[in-house]
Ligand binder design. Structure first.
Ligand code: NI
Length: 504
């Protein structure tokens, strides 16, 4: 009960506050409005009159209006195009409204809006109307805002930069870069870098005009990333844009004879440059193809000396990347028999191995002796690893090396069923035993024969240490380093295996 009373009390208080507040607001809103209307009515004087025009196609006018609070002076124009007129009128209306909305009622000083118009006739049909809004409210408050209308009076449309530039974005990019450089050279302005990037990335908002001197951008108003009292102008000479302006630009601007010649020459030069680049690229491609062809022929040589280097039990965090970079140095391809559990730890390294063009084989998930497992568990060890490798590298391995080289009928059956090939080795580096780079080198160089599969492990740093000298020596002896698949193909071996490579 007490709670209920308390609640009611709060409700009453809230209602009283609300009532007071609405009443007050009503009072505040209504009183200045009345005075405003009165003053406007009392002293308003509005005039729109035509002024002489140098341009037969353009009617110019000036509109003035003065009250106690403000003064408007608006230069404007009309063309024979309704569309163009309505665009200009709409813009002026917005400027006017924005100004009026902000005129203070109680200031001693009259606020002023002055819209000026500068007309540039660039060619028979193309005009730029540069309109500038100048607002003075207090002495301090002096805001300039620019808007450029580029119009084609022949086609009765507003022009955009895309009417002047070729349709790709490279012209805009050049303009952006040159504008930025130019602005950075102007010392009497301050630039909001972030806003400038935004402005430069939206060409639709650019205030621009173009004539035979070049492209002019005016920053100010919507291009408000650049600050100074007056609008900031950036000029980009036309010769910087020869490659990017439309070939029919002469419809809009009058090029001099020299400019025409230079532009044609620049375009020709660019065409030749592109052609030359294309030819060079084709030539490089041809050479690469020839090189590949040569390598392929070398691989097909029945008397060639091939060896398949294999690395087991990885990928590992430190050793595998080292092995990769050494192999890369010697342009050698190898085969990595990976453990699923290791790929699970280092999927990115597994991907690097595949991306470098090496072959990846399956070495089971956790390196168990498969001869101690039933067929279901064998299947699991092999297939889960294949899935994980596929997932990490995008490649599904079909080469399979049982841990310890231990296999039985069940392992062979599993390989036959799943389309895997059991790969053993003919040369054991014994790197797991010696853990000594020199011993690894000695072991392999003594045992190696053409067609050998060499067993190493990319988990021992000493194995990576042995590689540079080993690869150097074997290469000098004429060996080529191929993947196990390439070797099997050359030896015409296929099926479940097991395969050892050529044993001595
Ligand atoms: Ni192993």
């Amino acid at each position: 009960m007490i709670r209920y009373i308390l609640k009611m009390k709060w409700l009453m208080i809230v209602m009283i506050v609300l009532l007071l507040f609405t009443g007050l607001r009503h009072f505040m809103a209504s009183s200045p409005k009345t005075t405003n209307n009165q003053t406007n009515h009392a002293s308003s004087l509005q005039l729109k009159k035509a002024i002489p025009s140098h341009y037969p196609d353009l009617d110019l006018s000036i509109e003035t209006k003065e009250t106690d609070n403000y003064k408007l002076t608006i230069q404007s124009l009309t063309t024979h195009s309704k569309l163009i007129n309505s665009e200009i009128d709409a813009w002026i209306r917005i400027q006017k409204q924005a100004f009026l909305d902000n005129v203070p009622d109680d200031s001693d000083k009259q606020a002023e809006l002055d819209i000026t118009l500068d007309i540039q006739q660039q060619s028979d049909y193309y005009y730029s109307f540069i309109m500038q809004t100048n607002i003075t409210q207090d002495e301090e408050n002096h805001r300039l805002h620019t808007k450029v209308f580029n119009v084609d009076l022949d086609q009765e449309k507003l022009l955009t930069l895309t009417d002047m530039l070729k349709s790709n974005d490279s012209g805009l990019q050049v303009i952006r870069e040159l504008a930025q450089e130019n602005l950075q050279d102007q010392t009497d302005i301050s630039i909001d870098e972030e806003a400038l990037q935004h402005t430069l990335s939206s060409p639709d908002t650019w205030n621009w005009s173009i004539n035979q001197d070049g492209l002019t951008l005016i920053f100010g108003g919507e291009m408000s990333a650049v600050y100074r009292v007056d609008p900031v102008t950036v000029n980009i000479p036309l010769d910087k844009l020869y490659l990017h302006i439309n070939e029919d630009i002469e419809h809009y601007i009058n090029l001099s004879e020299t400019q025409k010649t230079d532009m044609t020459a620049a375009i020709q030069e660019e065409k030749e440059r592109i052609l030359r680049e294309k030819q060079e690229k084709e030539e490089r491609e041809r050479q690469k193809q020839a090189e590949k062809q040569k390598q392929q022929e070398a691989l097909d040589d029945p008397n060639g000396k091939y060896v398949a280097l294999t690395f087991d039990d990885g990928p590992s965090e430190d050793v595998t990347p080292r092995v990769l970079s050494i192999l890369n140095e010697y342009d050698a391809k190898a085969t990595f028999f990976m453990l699923g559990s290791q790929v699970d730890y280092f999927p990115d390294i597994a991907k690097q191995v595949a991306d470098a063009g090496h072959e990846i084989g399956n070495h089971t998930w956790k390196h168990q002796d498969l001869t101690l497992l039933g067929s279901e568990n064998i299947r699991k060890e092999v297939s889960e690893t294949a899935d994980r490798i596929h997932n990490a590298t995008g490649v599904r391995p079909y080469l399979f090396r049982p841990p310890y080289g231990a296999y039985n009928e069940l392992v062979i059956n599993d390989s036959a069923q799943s389309g895997n090939a059991i790969i053993l080795w003919s040369v054991d580096s014994l790197d797991w035993q010696s853990r000594n780079a020199n011993a690894v080198y000695q072991e392999i160089t003594q045992e190696i024969t053409p067609g050998a599969i060499v067993l190493m492990h990319d988990i021992h740093p000493t194995t990576a240490d042995a590689l540079p000298k080993l690869l150097e020596t074997l290469r000098d002896e004429g060996y080529q380093f191929v993947t196990v698949s390439q070797l099997l193909k050359m030896q015409n071996q296929n099926g479940a295996g097991p395969f050892y490579g050529h044993v001595k």
